[in-house]
Design a protein around this ligand. Structure first.
Ligand SMILES: [Zn+2]
Length: 229
């Protein structure tokens, strides 16, 4: 039996109402094939050279109300890059150790080689998530410890190489780094591949942590939310 989750927990990667996407114009990339911004800066591309959409970056006090259905592209990318907990943003205790991934069940366990845009969670935040997230409640979730999470590609909107317009029906499409489409995708998420997957027994993890420690961890997460709000 889990201690009750603290109310009002908003995951770190959640987009807020004032963090809208910025209007943009695309041009043909000089020298290389692909799309570019006319006023591009080094921050517009990830380390693989893929172009990212532009989301508004605001001070924490001006971000507005959380929209739990939406994910902020830059915070998702950062969480994947540094393996931060997608709820409380805490870095992993052991960056080289396996990380915990929690996903909506699609009828089987998380498989080795599976790809995802959902960053890891810490053990206490997994206990909060299964209590709060409607889609994951009850037995609707699967969890695994994952040893390696190499960046596979991005998910984003693929653009026509001739017109540079978004191709209808190809938004939030997973595109592998260095594939032909990767030069024409405007990325919105990092996609990682899950390697070295071992099914996690969350009930056992929570029991090992104990109710007192879980409650203390819940208080820590709730306190971190006050800082973000
Ligand atoms: Zn966490």
């Amino acid at each position: 039996m889990l201690p009750p989750a603290p109310p009002g927990v908003v995951p770190y990667i959640t987009q807020r109402s004032e963090e809208r996407l910025l209007p943009y114009q695309l041009i043909r990339r000089p020298v290389w094939p692909g799309i570019a911004y006319p006023d591009e800066t080094p921050y517009d591309r990830d380390s693989f050279g893929t172009l990212w959409l532009r989301a508004r970056l605001l001070p924490k006090s001006r971000r507005g109300e959380p929209d739990l259905r939406r994910v902020h592209a830059y915070r998702q990318r950062r969480a994947m890059l540094d393996m931060l907990c997608q709820v409380c943003a805490r870095p992993p205790a052991d960056p080289d150790g396996p990380q915990l991934f929690l996903m909506r069940s699609t009828g089987g366990p998380i498989r080795d080689g599976e790809r995802t845009t959902s960053p890891p969670v810490c053990v206490p935040c997994a206990a909060i998530t299964v209590q709060q997230c409607h889609a994951l409640r009850g037995d609707q979730f699967v969890a695994a410890w994952v040893r390696h999470t190499p960046a596979w590609g991005v998910a984003g909107t693929v653009h026509d190489p001739v017109t540079l317009e978004p191709i209808p029906g190809r938004s939030m499409e997973a595109v592998e780094y260095r594939a032909p489409d990767s030069f024409y995708v405007l990325a919105a998420r990092t996609v990682v591949e899950l390697q070295g997957v071992v099914a996690a027994d969350l009930e056992r993890e929570w029991a090992a942590m104990g109710a007192d420690r879980l409650e203390a961890e819940f208080a820590r997460v709730a306190a971190s939310m006050q800082l973000v709000a």
